[in-house]
Design a protein around this ligand. Structure first.
Ligand code: MG
Ligand code: MG
Length: 250
C-alpha cells in the first residue's frame, strides 16, 4: 500500500535525506586510487552515525556494509571489502541510506576516480540526466509509468539499456515501500502520483545489454556482458507543484 506522508514524517524525511546526501559528499573527496571499498564504507558509516542517524543498509537482509559500492561493470549491491581496491580510471557507484526519527533517505551516484574513459563519462552523464528527465513527471497528474518511460526513452536514444530486474521504490518508514518505480514503463500507466508520496527514483543504466548476473556472494549484480553500468538516485517527495529532492545537497 502506498503511504502518504504527514507533515511530521516529511520533516523527518528532509533530515534523513540531508544526512544521506551529505554522506555521499563526504566520500567524494576520499575516492582515490588505492583506497579500499571498506575504507569508503567506514567513512560513510561514521558520518551517518555522527549525525545521530543509522545506516539503513547495515544489516538489511544480512548486508554487511553501510553503503553498496559497485565498480565499473558491477551494477549495484557491491559489498564493501578490505580486499577490494579502487583504481584510477574506475567508475564507482555508491548507494547510501540513512535512517533517523524512524524514516529513511536513499541516494546513489556514480563517481569517476581520476581520469576515466569518455565512454564512462558519457554513460554517467546520461544516467544522471535521465533522472532529471524523469522528475519532470514526478508531479500530481502523472503516473509511475510516465517516470519509467522518461528514463528508458532518454537512455535508449543514446544507445544504452536499463536494468529491469531492480527498480526504484516508495520510501519512508521502510527503506523499500510501495510502489515499485521501474526504469521502464508505459506513459499513463501505473500508480497515480499524489502529494505526500515519497519515491526513490534510481536509473540503473548499462552501456551494453540490459542483462545482468548475480555473483555467488548473493549480493553483487554485474552486467552479463561486462560492459559498464551507472546509477543515480534521489529520494523524491511529490508535492502539489515541483518535486522536492530530499537527498539533494548540491
Ligand atoms: Mg539506493
Ligand atoms: Mg533505492
Amino acid at each position: 500500500m502506498i503511504q502518504i506522508k504527514n507533515a511530521e514524517q516529511i520533516k523527518a524525511m528532509r533530515l534523513a535525506g540531508r544526512i544521506t546526501g551529505e554522506a555521499l559528499l563526504v566520500v567524494r573527496e576520499a575516492l582515490k586510487d588505492g583506497v579500499t571499498t571498506k575504507h569508503i564504507d567506514d567513512l560513510i558509516r561514521k558520518y551517518i552515525e555522527k549525525c545521530g542517524a543509522t545506516p539503513s543498509f547495515l544489516g538489511y537482509g544480512g548486508f554487511t556494509g553501510s553503503a553498496c559500492i559497485s565498480i565499473n561493470d558491477e551494477v549495484i549491491h557491491g559489498i564493501p571489502s578490505e580486499k577490494r581496491y579502487i583504481r584510477e580510471g574506475d567508475i564507482v557507484k555508491i548507494d547510501v541510506g540513512a535512517c533517523i526519527h524512524g524514516v529513511h533517505g536513499d541516494s546513489a551516484n556514480t563517481f569517476a576516480v581520476g581520469s576515466v574513459s569518455a565512454e564512462a563519462t558519457a554513460l554517467a552523464k546520461a544516467t544522471k540526466e535521465s533522472f532529471f528527465e524523469a522528475i519532470k513527471c514526478a508531479k500530481p497528474g502523472f503516473r509511475i509509468g510516465d517516470i519509467g518511460h522518461a528514463v528508458e526513452a532518454y537512455v535508449t536514444e543514446r544507445g544504452y539499456s536499463v536494468v529491469r530486474e531492480f527498480v526504484g521504490h516508495g520510501i519512508g518508514k521502510d527503506l523499500h515501500e510501495d510502489p515499485s518505480v521501474p526504469n521502464y514503463g508505459t506513459p499513463g500507466r501505473g500508480a497515480r502520483l499524489f502529494p505526500g508520496m515519497a519515491i526513490a527514483i534510481e536509473p540503473m543504466v548499462n552501456a551494453g545489454s540490459s542483462k545482468i548476473r548475480q555473483l555467488a556472494d548473493g549480493w553483487t549484480v554485474k552486467t552479463a556482458d561486462g560492459a559498464l553500468s551507472a546509477h543515480y538516485e534521489h529520494t523524491v517527495l511529490i508535492t502539489e507543484e515541483e518535486p522536492e529532492l530530499l537527498t539533494y545537497v548540491g
